[in-house]
Design a protein around this ligand. Structure first.
Ligand SMILES: [Zn+2]
Length: 258
């Protein structure tokens, strides 16, 4: 079975409040779009019908798979109130992926525009806060104490002005993500892989400093896209005293940027 997921990195945004004039059900939209695409791909289309269900996800994701003539579509709750044109674009995107074709630009644009609206973005943040489980270990690790590091960095680089987030070490060691800042929970979590004696203090401090900059630099919305590491962010990042050393270490270990 081929399962295709549409996953947004982070999240995005916005919706028109126009009530639909006629309501084709989501099942009908996906069935129709699937059949059109199946015909042009010379695949079986007759007898295939879609079953759309909604899931309590705190994002705008969608998931599609074909199984014995049933096109199973799972959508985040956020899609319940999406305008028909946006649902149409979502169907185009997901079904195209199922056929391994790129979706038409207009559909990607419409999808992105909707997900980036204030309303939808705000709703995702709210859902994440309510449903997201924030589980991480105490700030005092085996080697490094994030509370103490935070205080020091806050004094040194922010004149003590940063509002203290919740700080902790991840419960699982991630192979790629060194740390992240979670705005809805106002929490900074560092990968517990970093809480080791062989990791130079400058590296741990730099990762924490980077996440602290996320508290200071909110994500910017421009042209329907979210800019997480803005130019101003990168300039501030270079103010870190051991910037070159920390960057070099992270690159050498092949860790993903964060
Ligand atoms: Zn970052």
């Amino acid at each position: 079975m081929q399962v295709i997921q549409l996953r947004l990195f982070g999240d995005e945004p916005v919706p028109s409040a126009d009530p639909p004039r006629f309501q084709e059900s989501a099942d009908d939209v996906f069935t129709r779009v699937y059949r059109q695409k199946a015909i042009s791909a010379r695949r079986k289309s007759r007898g295939v019908s879609a079953q759309v269900s909604f899931r309590p996800w705190a994002n705008a994701n969608g998931r599609i798979s074909l199984h014995d003539d049933i096109l199973h579509v799972h959508l985040s709750d956020l899609w319940r109130t999406a305008p028909p044109a946006v649902v149409e674009s979502l169907a185009e995107i997901l079904v195209s992926k199922l056929f391994r074709r790129p979706p038409a630009q207009e559909h990607s644009d419409r999808y992105r525009e909707w997900v980036n609206t204030e309303e939808i973005h705000g709703e995702m943040v709210r859902l994440r806060r309510e449903r997201g489980r924030k589980s991480f270990a105490h700030a005092t690790g085996q080697c490094y104490d994030l509370d103490a590091l935070f205080d020091r960095l806050n004094q040194e680089y922010f004149q003590g002005s940063l509002n203290r987030p919740r700080l902790g070490w991840s419960r699982a060691a991630s192979a790629s993500l060194l740390g992240h800042y979670d705005p809805p929970h106002h929490a900074i979590v560092l990968n517990r892989l970093l809480d080791k004696p062989e990791i130079p203090a400058a590296v741990v401090e730099f990762v924490l400093y980077h996440e602290m900059l996320h508290v200071l630099h909110p994500v910017e919305l421009r042209g329907g896209r979210r800019h997480i590491h803005t130019r101003a962010f990168r300039i501030d990042e270079k103010r870190f005293a051991a910037y070159d050393e920390a960057k070099r270490y992270i690159r050498r270990r092949n860790w993903r940027e964060f």
